[in-house]
Every structure is written in C-alpha cells, then in structure tokens.
Design a protein around this ligand. Structure first.
Ligand SMILES: O=C1O[C@H](COP(=O)(O)O)[C@@H](O)[C@H](O)[C@H]1O
Length: 246
C-alpha cells in the first residue's frame, strides 16, 4: 500500500455517536465564543453523520448561547439538486438546525443549485471571497475558522471523490465534481480552500467506517480524506466503533 503518514492529525475517541455530537457542539460553542476579531466562519458537512449534532445545536439551551449573529455558515459541499430535493445537504441542515435558531438569513450561504455545477461553483467562490475580503488566499489569514468534514465509505470527504479531476484543483476554492459511484453532480470546496482553515474536524462514526478510517490514518494515497490538511490542525473526532481498527 502506498501512502504517507498524517502526522499532524490527532484522533479523539469517544464512547458513541451521541458523545461525539455533544463534544462537537460543546467545542464549537467554545470556539465561537472565543473568536473576537471578525466573524466566526464555519463550513458544515452534509450526509447523515452531522444530523445528531445539528439537533443538539438546535436545542433551546444551546441555541440561545451560540453567537449566531456573528457566525457565517457555509457548506463544505452539496449535491447539485434543487433545495426541495431530499438529498440536499442545505435543506437537511435548514430543517434540523437553521430553522430553529436566531441566525440572520444573510449569514447562511447555501451552495447555489440553479445553474450548471461549474457556474454555481464559481458563484459560491464569489460568496466566500466577499466574506474573506479578497480573492487570493493568504497564508496566516485562513478563510474558515472551522471546517467540519465527514468521510464516505470510499474515503471521499466533502465531495472530493476518488479518481475525480477536482482532486487536482489547486487554484479554485470551489469546483464541480461528478462521482462515478455516488448519486448527483456535486459542488465542493477544494483542497486549497479546506487547507485555508484554523481547524478541520472530521466526524466519523460507526463500525462500518472503521476499516476506511484506519486506511485514511495510514495515509493511503488514493483516498481523498488522506490528503486533507489545514493551516491549523486536523482532528478526527470518532466513536469507539469507528476507531476499532486504529
Ligand atoms: O455525500 C456526502 O457524504 C459525506 C459522508 O456522509 P455520511 O452520510 O457518511 O456522513 C458527507 O460528509 C458529505 O457532506 C456528503 O455530501
């Protein structure tokens, strides 16, 4: 197996999915409250794993403490489907979290889905540039405070799928991707945009992800999750079942 180590990443193992979600919510609140200079800029992941976290963040006790008014919410990726589609990551997030908290609508940035995936990726980059205040990523001035990521059964993360041209993108912050083994065209943050972050946190749960997590931790080259880096730190927040093969 070819690969490289991921020396800067750390792994935090908690008992189960509930503990993972509670710890992520607690830590996000701590980070958001600690951010004093400028907005707290976060990219959320989609799929099934973050659902429990979003429900916790929508609980009244949590929601009233979180500084929503100075939080800017982006999405790490989305399926290029209308917002009415059941597979839209944005719609899932709105239904479980955003509809239940006092976040100003202008602070929520769904990935557009009306045009071609390429045009919508370019539009999304413009939204990021507006919040960043520039179109060139400067080392030492990260685009995101926190990027949440998931990990798919094929080692994809965000919508960086194995074998796809998006993996070679070094200029654009956002690009389109057509996975060969998963539904829908996608629009996703690219490696350079993800790197421009203070913290990257993978949420990985369940025995079904144990083997893939172990392969990613060994740095298996063909797996997009193996290549995630950050200007700051990369953490795998995982339950005992997913950590089983580490
Ligand atoms: O398709 C996607 O998959 C990954 C992993 O999803 P999960 O259901 O295994 O949690 C997710 O992180 C990504 O946002 C989503 O678009």
């Amino acid at each position: 197996m070819t690969g490289h180590d991921v020396p800067s990443a750390r792994v935090v193992v908690l008992k189960d999915g509930e503990a993972v979600a509670r710890e992520m919510a607690r830590w996000l609140l701590e980070e958001a409250l600690a951010k004093k200079d400028g907005p707290f800029v976060i990219a959320l992941s989609g799929g099934s794993t973050p659902k429990r976290l979003f429900k916790i963040m929508a609980e009244p006790e949590f929601a009233k403490t979180f500084p929503w008014d100075r939080t800017q919410i982006f999405f790490g990726d989305d399926r290029h489907v209308p917002y009415t589609h059941a597979d839209s990551n944005y719609t899932m997030t709105r239904q479980l979290l955003l509809d239940h908290v006092a976040i100003p609508p202008a602070n929520v940035h769904p990935i557009p889905a009306d045009g071609t995936p390429e045009d919508d990726a370019a539009l999304y980059q413009r939204s990021l540039e507006r919040v960043y205040g520039g179109s060139v990523l400067e080392p030492g001035r990260p685009l995101f405070d926190v990027i949440m990521l998931g990990m798919g059964p094929d080692g994809h993360t965000a919508s960086l799928f194995p074998r796809q041209p998006i993996l070679g993108e070094r200029e654009k912050w956002v690009a389109a991707c057509t996975p060969d083994n998963a539904p829908h065209d996608r629009v996703s943050l690219t490696y350079p945009a993800i790197h421009s972050s203070r913290h990257v946190v993978f949420l990985v749960e369940g025995a079904g992800k144990a083997e893939m997590l172990a392969r990613v931790r060994k740095g298996e080259d063909a797996l997009p999750s193996s290549h995630i880096t950050s200007e700051g730190d990369v953490t795998f927040l995982t339950d005992e079942a997913a950590a089983g093969d580490l």
